[in-house]
Design a protein around this ligand. Structure first.
Ligand code: TNX
Length: 518
């Protein structure tokens, strides 16, 4: 049972909601509140009995600056309820949902919120719009699972338990990565992943845009990167790429869900698609052959080549110009064909370019071998020594340990796709790990991220099978307090998300470790 007795928390927020226009009273019931089954688990929940029952007149009353958040919530509630869900700047009437900003609630930070459901109304209150958005996601999970249906559910009772929740995330970086280089996924597919991730309060979407098998983002100054480098994929398919307009659409869609797009251009290794596109990037002076795969670790930009620095600058300038977020990912992993000194010099040069564009460089943990000064961010995936070296140079760490966080590992021997080099990763392994690795302290860690590499993944059915439900575990690790991370309790909550994911049409893996609700 996840309710706690936290009566004293009630709520300045209610005072500023404004007076009710005298309308009919909302309906309530006095039934005991069962387990709320929220993922991620909120910081504090207080509630005892009774539900507020919504009706077809319910509106979403929004404070200034919250219209878009209100409309997003309304769009999520309209299909299943079949109701109008007017978004209004009027004061809330009984039975409405009120979205409220209170800048004085600095205790909630930029992303925290309070959610109060009483016999009058639902109130979501935060200091900033992101918090209201996260409170709205919690609210969706408090409604019956059928709320996720894309068609009207006849005869449903849309009731919400009368609870008070206060909730603040543990980490600022709660990410998911999709490798669109090995297999390309189009704008709509990427948006679906963003949407699903945002429901679980993830706030970073890392796009692995380039690798040996393909270059997936248009660069005006170097058009052959896509004219040539985007024309195949890891399976020898046709490939594909995002135009700049596509990318801007993705960024806008993500921003509306408080998700920051983190673009990765992987250098100096994992670059065969670029080396096949431009002769001058190769030490040999000749283009390589564009092939679906190359031998592991075999590609490297020509570090001292006369055009290489210009290439790096122009690519980083064009890509960073597409993202409002503060981060640019340089890759930097497995550069086995690059001399160690060249590697270190290259990454240090890249950091200067990234900084000249006003961004902070992120890289896989190997960048800890270069001579870098903060601010920079190292993504830990395999070798703690590299991540520690980065930390010792002032990096903050994103935890993506392959044996727990990699969504491309098979769940078990029966998983039809996926890799096994980091071991099987069942739903429990994907949940039961410490975001603060041995030798690190909490403040070293910026957050967590679950990467989906796509060597064995080629359509959205595969993506969803590997992401869900494991991504929910990572989402909880990124958000919830360490003392609330407990497998048996999580397993029970996760069981209730099966019907939600199913109603939303997600092809999730029905792990035998979970007693899925029908
Ligand atoms: C390692 S993780 C890689 C990727 C592969 C992945 C497959 C990392 C930084 N590099 O290039 O796709 O393993 O699991």
């Amino acid at each position: 049972m996840c309710t706690r007795n936290l009566r004293p928390l009630l709520m300045l927020g209610l005072l500023i909601v404004g007076c009710d226009s005298a309308a009919t009273e909302p309906m309530t019931d006095g039934e005991p509140i069962g387990s709320l089954n929220l993922i991620p688990m909120p910081t504090m929940i207080f509630g005892d009995a009774g539900h507020l029952i919504l009706d077809a007149d319910a509106r979403i009353s929004v404070a200034a600056g919250l219209f878009a958040v209100g409309e997003e919530l309304a769009e999520g509630l309209r299909p299943a309820t079949g109701w109008r869900w007017e978004v209004t700047s009027d004061n809330p009437s009984p039975g409405d949902i009120a979205l409220v900003l209170d800048a004085a609630r600095t205790d909630l930070g930029d992303e925290g919120y309070a959610l109060i459901v009483d016999e009058r109304r639902v109130t979501v209150l935060a200091a900033a719009p992101a918090g209201v958005f996260y409170g709205s996601q919690t609210l969706r999970q408090l409604l019956p699972a059928e709320i996720e249906s894309s068609t009207t559910v006849e005869g449903a009772v849309w009731r919400i338990p009368m609870v008070t929740i206060e909730d603040v995330p543990r980490f600022e970086w709660r990410g998911v990565m999709l490798d669109v280089a090995r297999h390309f996924f189009d704008v709509e597919e990427v948006m679906r992943v963003v949407d699903l991730a945002a429901r679980y309060k993830l706030n970073r979407f890392h796009l692995h845009l380039t690798d040996d098998s393909g270059w997936r983002i248009e660069i005006d100054a170097w058009p052959d990167l896509t004219a040539i480098g985007a024309t195949t994929d890891y399976s020898g398919g046709d490939g594909g790429f995002f135009t700049k307009e596509d990318f801007v659409d993705i960024v806008a869609y993500a921003e509306a869900r408080f998700v920051t797009i983190v673009p990765e251009i992987n250098m100096p290794g994992h670059t065969n698609a670029a080396l096949a596109s431009y002769a001058e990037l190769n030490e040999s002076g000749e283009r390589t052959e564009l092939t679906p795969t190359v031998p592991f670790g075999s590609s490297s930009l020509w570090i001292d080549g006369p055009e290489t620095a210009r290439f790096v600058e122009e690519v980083i300038e064009e890509v960073t110009a597409l993202v409002p977020g503060r981060y640019f990912h340089i890759g930097g992993d497995e550069a086995l064909a690059t001399e160690p000194d060249d590697y270190a010099a290259f990454i240090a040069m890249a950091q200067k370019v990234v900084e000249s564009q006003g961004k902070i460089m992120v890289g896989w943990e190997e960048i800890g071998r270069a001579d870098l000064a903060p601010p920079f961010v190292a993504q830990h995936w395999l070798r703690r020594e590299d991540a520690r070296a980065a930390r010792d140079k002032g990096a903050r760490i994103i935890a993506s340990p392959a044996s727990n966080a990699y969504l491309d590992m098979k769940y078990d021997a029966s998983t039809p796709i996926g890799l096994v080099w980091a071991g099987f990763t069942d739903v429990r392994d994907a949940y039961e790990w410490d975001p603060v690795p041995p030798g690190f302290i909490e403040s070293d860690v910026m957050g967590v991220e679950a990467p989906l590499w796509t060597e064995t993944i080629d359509d959205m059915g595969d993506v969803e099978l590997m992401m869900f439900p494991r991504l929910l575990g990572c989402a909880e690790l990124g958000w919830s307090r360490p003392e609330d991370l407990e497998w048996e309790a999580y397993r029970a909550r996760l069981a209730a998300h099966g019907p939600r994911l199913a109603a939303h049409g997600v092809n999730f893996y029905r792990s035998p470790l979970v007693d899925w609700l029908p």
